[in-house]
Design a protein around this ligand. Structure first.
Ligand code: UGA
Length: 430
């Protein structure tokens, strides 16, 4: 099939490359000329394992990129994969997506057989029906559910494993209002359905929009629940990871997303939970559990700092932060737990030295006044205490390096360092 994808962030770029791999002819449309040039040169515009290989295999052939919306004229499917960033209130900012949808509508004005429009972006339930469809109808002169189909097909791709998540999904969610839209999505995803056998959920557009928020809210709150249990466990000299092993053996709970520690970050969980809380309140409902989950998440970095405080004053002492990215495999610092940890160390007048295998430069723009080390050993040398914030593999391999510390105290927020003789080790929830 001929597919256009508007927006080339990690979602749009990953979907484009994977759909090309499934034999479709795919076009990335983006207003950013640098992104377009990079894709056409056969390279990935973002760091995402496996993406470079797929883009280089199809670029210039069945995968192209352009800034020109008119290029979608022959497409049977047009994905909208534009960002929906958070406003300070928690509400989503729909400006990027409405701008893109308006351009799509203007383009479709010229065509008698418009493509299926598929909303991939994460939007609050009702946005497609109340905002995007009226916009498409007024700009395109087509009537939705009559001669123009619109579907909602949320994504469940994790940063850092987006390609793998795309080709081995647990589920596909088709939110549609016509059989033609459902059939078109089935045809598009046939190779994926045949190879990975995901559960295909056919539902309404509004339900599909909600499923995405429910998924992220559930996982984020699951992390906060294991963190809360972990905090209580630690106070009772119980190892929360032993407890999580047992919990995970119960298929009703599942072993995933039970890693307790310094909390969740990234661009998705914090943004989507905040947007769902905002949406709930806008209808007069107070989502107490979701709100409590956010509070627990904010508490975890403070607990890491409090464990450090128990070992004495750190004013003017050299303190090491290992790991800055919000999770391993990315240099993304959005809502990274390293940020409140460093804020807290600055409040305590510590001399901070930070190390991350890929995110040092990104953090330096936000915290220009702290020291950045080029290696773990450099970060550990002469340190009075180390806080571990991201579970990079290379931290698990650290051993004799801790001997370089002036006071070998390790407070581990991610269950990544192995306890060993010669260091004072504290786990956050174990
Ligand atoms: C998340 C979801 O997992 C994806 O399904 C979704 O598509 C994506 O958001 C999105 O909405 O676009 P992502 O934010 O990339 O993906 O990363 P995750 O791997 O889910 O991790 C999120 C945070 O939770 C990280 O800070 C991680 O360290 C933390 N986490 C995860 C824990 O603290 N404990 C766990 O057991 C698992």
């Amino acid at each position: 099939m001929d597919v256009s994808i508007v927006g080339s962030g990690y979602v749009g770029t990953t979907i484009a490359a994977c759909l090309a791999d499934f034999g479709h002819t795919v076009r990335n449309i983006d207003i950013d000329e640098d992104i377009v040039t990079t894709i056409n040169n056969g390279e990935s515009p973002i760091h995402e394992p496996g993406l470079d290989e797929k883009i280089s295999a199809y670029a210039g052939d069945t995968l192209t990129a352009t800034t020109d919306y008119a290029s979608m004229h022959n497409s049977e499917v047009v994905f909208v994969a534009l960002p929906t960033p958070a406003k300070p209130s928690g509400a989503i900012d729909t400006d990027p997506i409405t701008t893109g949808v308006r351009s799509i509508g203007d383009t479709l004005n010229e065509t008698n057989s418009p493509p299926l429009i598929v909303i991939k972006s994460t939007v609050i339930p009702g946005t497609t029906t109340e905002t995007l469809i009226p916009l498409l109808e007024s700009t395109s002169n087509h009537t939705v559910d009559d001669d123009l189909d619109v579907a909602v097909n949320p994504e469940f791709l994790r940063e850092g494993t987006a390609v793998q998540d795309f080709i081995t999904p647990d589920k596909l969610v088709f939110g549609t209002n016509t059989p033609h839209a459902t059939d078109t999505l089935h045809e598009l995803y046939t190779p994926l359905i045949e190879s990975a056998n995901p559960t295909v959920i056919e539902t309404g557009r509004q339900e599909a929009e909600f499923i995405k928020y429910a998924n992220n809210a559930f996982l984020a709150t699951k992390i906060s629940l294991i963190n809360e249990l972990g905090n209580i466990a630690k106070d009772h000299n119980v190892d929360a990871y032993e407890v999580a092993n047992a919990l995970g053996a119960d298929h009703r709970i599942s072993e995933h997303f039970l890693r307790s520690g310094v909390g969740y970050g990234g661009s998705c969980f914090p943004k989507d939970v905040a947007a769902l809380i905002y949406a709930a309140k806008s209808k007069g409902y107070d989502p107490d559990l979701l709100t409590a989950g956010v509070e627990v998440n904010e508490k975890q970095p403070q607990r890491l700092l409090e464990l450090l405080d128990e070992h004495g004053d750190i004013a003017n002492k050299r303190i090491t932060v290992l790991g800055l990215a919000f999770k391993p495999g990315t240099d993304d610092l959005r809502n990274s737990r390293a940020i409140p940890v460093i804020d807290g160390l600055q409040d305590r007048d510590a001399n901070i030295v930070a190390y991350d295998p890929v995110a040092n430069d990104a953090l330096a723009t936000e915290f220009p006044d702290i020291e950045y080390a080029a290696s773990p050993i450099e970060a550990l040398t002469d340190s009075y205490g180390t806080l571990v914030v991201t579970e990079w593999d290379e931290f698990a391999a650290l051993d004799d390096e801790f001997n370089a510390m002036r006071r070998p105290l390790v407070i581990d927020g991610r269950h990544v360092i192995t306890r060993r003789d010669g260091i004072t080790y504290e786990g956050l929830t174990w």
